[in-house]
Design a protein around this ligand. Structure first.
Ligand SMILES: *Cc1c(COP(=O)(O)O)cnc(C)c1O
Length: 376
C-alpha cells in the first residue's frame, strides 16, 4: 500500500453510524426506493434535483465541482445504504477500478481472477508491464490456490460470479486468508448487485461497481462506484478521486443512475426469473453444448456445441435479442465473448454470454429457439 493509505492489517470495522438516508429495519427493496431522498418538507421535490455546478460559493464543504455534488450524494447515499457502507461515485466502473488499484504500492502484489472483467485484467497487465506492481492471476474456484497466492499479497481482487465464465469464489475463506496476510480485499459486485450479495457483510474492505450495468440498468449511462466501511480508506479514495485523478461522474449520469436504482429489485427479480427459466430450456436444446449459470442473477453463458461459427451465427439471427457487449440493462443482449482479442483463451471460443432482460420469457425463448433450431 502507498504511504498515505492506512497501515495494514486493514482496519475492518462496523460502520460507526447507520448509512445516511436509510433505516436499519428496512428491507433492500424499500431502501432502493427510499434512500438518498430529500427530507419530507412542503414543496420539496421527492427527488434530489439535477444540480449543475462547477463552482460553489466559498466557505462551505463543497467549494468546487470536483469535490462534491448534491446529485452524486443522493446516488451515493442510496447505493451506500444498499451495500452497507459509504459510497463514492466515479465516472465509470473502470475509473473506480483504476482508483482502487492506484492504492497499491510500488512492486506490491495483486491477486486477481484470471477471468476478472477484461478491463481490470488489462489494467493490471499495463501496471505490471510498467513496473508499478505485480499480478498473480488465479482460478477463483481453486480456493486453496487462491489462499496460497494471498500470502504475500497487498490486495486481493475478487469477482464472483466472474465474467463471463460465471465461476464462484469462496469469498469468506479467501477474505480471511487475505486479512491474515495484511492484504486488502476488494469485490467487484457488478454481476450480483447488492440485492443478491453484500460482500461488506463478509468483512471485505471495498466493493466496486460498474453502475453502468444493473444499478443504472437502462443501457444509457456510464458510471462506477466504490463502497467501504473503512473511514480511512474512504478518505484516501475520495482524495484520489477528487484531487489526483478527477475521476468524478457527471451530474446527469448520477441522476439517471439513481432513477434506475429505484427499480433495481424489480429488474433483478424479473431478469433472474427469466434467466432461470431460460437455463432450463437451453439445457435441453441440441445446439447447446453447455449452460453455465451460478444459480442466481441474470447472466447466463452457453457454449454452442458447434463452436465459434455457430455462436457468431446465433448472435446475428435473432430479432429480439440484441448483439451487443455490456449487460444488466432492461433489454436482453448477448455476444460471443471471444470476438474480443483481449478475451482469455481459457474462455471457450463458442461461448455466448447472455444478459437476460425483463421482457416476456416466452418471447425471449421463441426468438432464441428459432435461431438455435436453424443451427442444427
Ligand atoms: C463493465 C464492467 C466494469 C467496467 O465498468 P465501466 O462502467 O464499463 O467502466 C467493471 N467490472 C465489471 C464486472 C463489469 O462488467
Amino acid at each position: 500500500m502507498s504511504e498515505d493509505s492506512p497501515a495494514s492489517p486493514p482496519p475492518v470495522s462496523a460502520p460507526t453510524s447507520e448509512p445516511v438516508g436509510s433505516t436499519p429495519k428496512w428491507k433492500p427493496s424499500t431502501v432502493a426506493v427510499k434512500a438518498g431522498r430529500p427530507e419530507h418538507r412542503p414543496d420539496q421535490p421527492l427527488n434530489e434535483p439535477i444540480v449543475m455546478a462547477s463552482t460553489y460559493v466559498a466557505g462551505g464543504d463543497l467549494e468546487y465541482g470536483r469535490y462534491g455534488n448534491p446529485t452524486w450524494t443522493a446516488f451515493e447515499e442510496a447505493l451506500g445504504a444498499l451495500e452497507g457502507g459509504r459510497c463514492l461515485s466515479f465516472a465509470s466502473g473502470l475509473a473506480a477500478v483504476a482508483t482502487v488499484l492506484d492504492l497499491v504500492g510500488r512492486d506490491a502484489k495483486v491477486v486477481a481472477p484470471r477471468h476478472a472483467y477484461n478491463g481490470t485484467v488489462l489494467q493490471l497487465g499495463d501496471l505490471e508491464a510498467r513496473g508499478r506492481l505485480q499480478t498473480e492471476l488465479v482460478d477463483v474456484t481453486d480456493t486453496a490456490a487462491v489462499v496460497a497466492a494471498c500470502e504475500d499479497a497487498a490486495l486481493v481482487w475478487l469477482e464472483s460470479p466472474t465474467n463471463p465464465a460465471l465461476e464462484i469464489a469462496d469469498i469468506e475463506t479467501i477474505r480471511k486468508a487475505a486479512h491474515e496476510a495484511g492484504a486488502y480485499v476488494v469485490v467487484d459486485n457488478t454481476f450480483a448487485t447488492p440485492l443478491l450479495q453484500t460482500p461488506l457483510d463478509l468483512d471485505v474492505d471495498m466493493v466496486v461497481h460498474s453502475a453502468t450495468k444493473y444499478l443504472a440498468g437502462h443501457s444509457d449511462v456510464l458510471m462506477g462506484a466504490v463502497v467501504t466501511r473503512d473511514e480511512d480508506l474512504y478518505a484516501v479514495l475520495k482524495g484520489r478521486r477528487d484531487d489526483l485523478l478527477g475521476a468524478v461522474p457527471g451530474t446527469l449520469e448520477a441522476w439517471l443512475a439513481l432513477r434506475g436504482l429505484r427499480t433495481l429489485h424489480l429488474r433483478v427479480e424479473r431478469a433472474q426469473a427469466n434467466a432461470q427459466e431460460l437455463v432450463r430450456r437451453l439445457s435441453e436444446h441440441p445446439a447447446v453444448g453447455e449452460v453455465r449459470y451460478p444459480g442466481f442473477g441474470g447472466i447466463v453463458s452457453v457454449v454452442l456445441a458447434q463452436g465459434a461459427l455457430a455462436a457468431d451465427l446465433l448472435t446475428h439471427k435473432t430479432k429480439l435479442w440484441v448483439h451487443a457487449t455490456s449487460l444488466g440493462g432492461v433489454e436482453s443482449t448477448f455476444e460471443r465473448r471471444r470476438r474480443w482479442k483481449s478475451e482469455p483463451a481459457t474462455i471457450p471460443d463458442g461461448l455466448v454470454r447472455l444478459s437476460v432482460g425483463i421482457e416476456d420469457v416466452d418471447d425471449l425463448w421463441d426468438d432464441l429457439r428459432t435461431a438455435l433450431d436453424d443451427l442444427t
